[in-house]
Design a protein around this ligand. Structure first.
Ligand code: C2O
Ligand code: CU
Length: 552
């Protein structure tokens, strides 16, 4: 197998958007960052050189990292940060995975500008019939005029929700609905009659997004680098962390110009951050002229769902199914060895210290799973685990059931459910365990779905519903035939999702909400998968240049 080498230099770069120039943390001066292209089965080595005076780490989102957890990247879960001036070479093999994934920084809120596409070409031809003339990435992001590490610090200090970003972006460009951004507009030229493969990635920090192109439909063929049964839809929706491949037929007349647009899915309780980013599909033969046309001369695609369209959201997600073909069978576990039920909640605590907090009711926001707010330790949990050390951060077990009775279909009336404990709790399972995790949203102060991401594993979304999960009834209705396989699940607001996975990747894996402020507030846990008895079921030793945490 070939080894593909990449160099990532973390550097500052002056970047101008919205008539504002700032120093942006980038990889090799690119924003968004470079696209990584590899083939299924390749060995990959990415040498990251940290050339700025800040800590950093990089995560390869969705790459399974079989036995190579040392290269997974989340700060303090698997590794200590790459210090200023330091280097670390992430090494892993892309085994039995193909499609569109992405990579991003996994330290503080650096992923606002340090992100890019990770494309794996398949060994076998695509299982969807089509002649594809061209493919291109569509990456949604957010632009902040502010420094996002400062945004996180301030929000934690004041216990409040963070300031909004200044724009959503398509491939780093806000588009003409934002002030001063006509020139920073994504324009894709297409040929009438061609079919395009769009590799769509939601790298935004804070919002699930709808996306549509006027007068065009999408055929969904893949989610989170797993093939799906294909279906045609007028729009798509994806949560931060998720990816979707779609086919788009350029079936309009030469010379046409069509708006593409992305905006958040959010309910009106807190409709923060509800602006729209647009770009254009420009059909060949269109004269360039004055471009883009003045804002008044076009409108949003009428196939773009409105911001609160829960009907579209639910319907769209229910259409996602694993391909389940002979070449790509659906490997959902039909029975499981363990079911863990965890609430995912936003909490309010008294403001720490003598400070004044400006969150709800002068208290401070936190977030939790089973009322445990996850604190990232100052040492690598993976290293502790590998060296068989005991004590912090390996001291306590994650509770496998909610600590209080729950009735979460409204604002919760049980005061205990508003409180949380702080710690670093880990769920430990033996190698090969078939595990189910039911994620129950509590709906308190929460205007959107929680995208829960599991590192090191794909999982199957066997069930999803509104209201309270009922252990006696809901499992009867699970889809154990062709449930969607993903690495990030949007747990419906005021509802639940049940996921199943096979814990066949030894190591320590972060499980967390991919809405950035929720992770900062502690909506996370750690999963330890023990090594098995056979040599190929064991975590490999750490590489020599591993950024270790202190002396062992
Ligand atoms: Cu995409 Cu833990 O991250
Ligand atoms: Cu969340």
């Amino acid at each position: 197998q070939p080894t593909r080498l990449f160099h990532f230099n973390v550097q500052w770069k002056q970047v101008r958007r919205l008539c504002y120039t700032k120093s942006l943390l980038t990889i090799n001066g690119e924003y968004p960052g470079p696209t990584i292209i590899v083939h299924e089965g390749d060995n990959v080595e990415i040498k990251v050189s940290n050339q700025v005076a800040r800590n950093t780490t990089i995560h390869w989102h969705g790459i399974r990292q079989m036995r190579t957890g040392w290269s997974d990247g989340p700060a303090y879960v698997t590794q200590c940060p790459i210090a200023p001036g330091g280097t670390y070479t992430y090494k892993f093999r892309v085994i039995d995975q193909r499609g569109t994934l992405w990579w991003h920084a996994h330290y503080s809120w650096q992923r606002a500008s340090i992100y890019g596409a990770f494309i794996i070409y398949p060994r076998m031809p695509y299982p969807f019939s089509s002649s594809i003339q061209e493919e291109f990435p569509i990456i949604f992001g957010e632009w902040w005029n502010a420094d996002t590490e400062a945004v996180e610090k301030e929000m934690m200090l004041l216990g409040k929700g963070p300031n909004n970003s200044d724009a959503y972006t398509i491939n780093g460009l806000p588009g003409p609905l934002y002030q001063c951004s006509n020139k920073e507009t994504y324009i894709k030229n297409v040929e009438p009659g061609n079919t395009y493969l769009l590799r769509i990635i939601n790298a935004a920090l804070r919002n699930e997004l709808f996306f549509a192109v006027a007068n065009h439909t999408f055929t969904v063929v893949e989610i989170d680098a797993t093939y799906t049964k294909s279906f045609t839809t007028t729009a798509i929706m994806l949560a931060p962390g998720q990816t979707i491949n779609v086919l788009l037929e350029a079936n309009q007349e030469p010379g046409g110009l069509f708006v593409m647009a992305a905006r958040p899915y959010l309910t009106s309780l807190f409709p923060f951050d509800n602006s729209t980013t647009i770009g254009f599909l420009r059909y060949k033969k269109r004269k360039i002229g004055k471009f883009p046309p003045p804002v008044m001369s076009y409108s949003l695609p009428d196939n773009l769902p409105s911001m609160e369209d829960t009907f579209f959201a639910t319907d769209f997600l229910s259409k996602l199914h694993s391909l389940g073909s002979a070449s790509y069978p659906c490997r959902v576990p039909e029975i499981v060895n363990k079911r863990v039920i965890s609430t995912i909640s936003l909490n309010l605590q008294d403001c720490p210290g003598n400070r004044t907090c400006t969150g709800f009711r002068n208290m401070s926001f936190f977030a939790s799973m089973n009322n445990q707010s996850f604190i990232r330790p100052s040492r690598s949990i993976l290293e502790f685990h590998y060296r068989n050390l005991t004590g912090f951060p390996l001291s306590t077990a994650f509770p496998e059931k909610p600590p209080h009775p729950f009735n979460y279909t409204g604002v919760d009336s049980v005061a205990e459910n508003m409180k949380t404990e702080f710690g670093t709790k880990l769920l430990e399972v033996p190698f090969g365990m078939k595990l189910e995790i039911v994620l129950q949203d509590t709906n308190f102060l929460n205007p959107e779905n929680h995208p829960i991401h599991v590192h090191g594993h794909n999982f199957f979304i066997v069930g999803r519903g509104f209201g309270n999960f009922d252990e006696n009834v809901d499992p009867e209705n699970y889809n154990l035939v062709d449930p969607p396989e993903r690495n990030t699940v949007a747990v419906p607001m005021g509802g639940w999702a049940a996921i199943r996975l096979i814990a066949d990747n030894p190591g320590v894996w972060f499980i967390h909400c991919h809405l950035e402020e929720h992770t900062s507030w502690g909506l996370a846990m750690g999963l330890i998968v023990k090594s098995g008895s056979k040599p190929d079921e064991c975590l490999l030793p750490p590489p020599n240049d591993f950024p270790s945490c202190g002396k062992f």
